[in-house]
Ligand binder design. Structure first.
Ligand code: 13P
Length: 247
């Protein structure tokens, strides 16, 4: 039985006071359940303070792959560890597209994160054009294999995979049950063929893309869906609480 995972990806939203208040409200509510891992991914400037507050664990939205050095603006895995940050997102489509991150860079980031004992939410997903050309399964499989290149099974145990079709992010569009089950099944089979059957059964695969309080319980009930990575609907206490309750 895989433990559910729900991530609140706040992206580049919320001012300082708003972030502190939302985090405190979430931490003080009954959301802090043992039935699911619930993790908040705030802007990195708030990480240090939030990680000292009681309640939910926090994760970074990005890291740089070097351990230290002249990389202005970068944040190293070791620095994240030093402020008790436990998780990090790698390979989000907004990083891939807006910040031009290649599969090669994502692979370096993933390696740096797991080798420094961070838990990684490794994101993948196709554009609408790729889905329409019916190459989505092949495309996502390739993204995964490039991303986890040279990682071994023990290192992969620190990963959660998030399938986020780009055309469903922030658009209000959702992938259908059939589309989600087909992709999550493909991802699980790819983990089995690259690593082991046992890892494919234990690794968590979550869905992201316009997941909200109205559709979450349906999405979480689909085969092979172990939770969600939530953007817009995680920015308000009420909607995020409803998503957690729908577990
Ligand atoms: P939305 O929930 O706003 O579509 O964002 C999804 C996402 O990108 C989570 O990482």
């Amino acid at each position: 039985m895989r433990k559910k995972f729900i991530g609140a990806n706040w992206k580049m939203n919320l001012l300082y006071e708003e972030a502190i208040k939302l985090f405190a409200d979430l931490s003080n509510s009954t959301l802090n359940t043992s039935e699911a891992d619930i993790v908040v991914f705030p802007s990195s400037i708030y990480l240090s303070e939030l990680s000292k507050m009681p309640g939910l664990p926090v994760g970074a939205q990005d890291l740089y792959f070097a351990d230290s050095g002249a990389f202005t603006g970068g944040i190293a895995a070791r620095q994240l560890k030093s402020i008790s940050c436990k998780y990090v997102l790698v390979g989000h489509s907004e990083r891939r597209i807006t910040f031009f991150e290649t599969d090669e860079v994502i692979n370096l980031k993933l390696k740096s994160a797991v080798r420094n004992d961070l838990k990684v939410v490794f994101c993948c997903g196709e554009s609408l054009g790729i889905r329409e050309s019916k190459k989505h399964l092949e495309f996502v499989t390739n993204q995964l294999m490039q991303g986890w290149k040279d990682l071994d099974e023990t290192e992969m145990k620190n990963c959660i995979i998030a399938y986020e079709p780009i055309w469903a992010i922030g658009t209000g569009l959702n992938a259908s049950k059939m589309e989600i089950e087909e992709m999550h099944g493909t991802i699980r089979r790819t983990v089995a063929s690259c690593f082991s059957h046992s890892l494919s059964q234990s690794i968590r695969i979550v869905y992201g893309g316009s997941c909200n309080q109205h559709n979450a319980s349906d999405i979480f009930s689909f085969n092979d869906v172990d939770g969600g990575l939530i953007g817009g609907a995680s920015l308000e206490f009420d909607s995020f609480e409803k998503i957690i309750k729908s577990l």
